[in-house]
Design a binder for this molecule. Structure first.
Ligand code: FES
Length: 81
């Protein structure tokens, strides 16, 4: 599974770095390192909505404080299918 977090300037200012750190921590804690590939992406054109994240090509816009919920609902749950 590929997860990409936008590190373009608008998303960076909104806290994408924090999102990356949270996702990295959760992936490690849940031992999903060999299943989930986390990468950075440049602007995906959705800057106004929040931090842009894609999971296997599906786009989401999230807030830094929602990073953990996002991980549980959109990443961990997909892995377990
Ligand atoms: S900077 Fe992230 S979508 Fe534009």
């Amino acid at each position: 599974m590929k997860v990409a977090v936008c590190i373009g300037s608008a998303c960076h200012l909104n806290g994408s770095r924090y999102v990356v750190e949270q996702l990295q921590r959760l992936i490690e804690e849940k031992k999903l390192d060999d299943v989930v590939e986390l990468e950075g992406r440049f602007c995906m054109g959705q800057c106004s909505r929040g931090i842009c994240v894609t999971v296997d090509g599906d786009r989401f816009s999230i807030q830094p404080e929602n990073a953990e919920d996002f991980f549980l609902t959109e990443i961990e749950s997909r892995v377990k299918k």
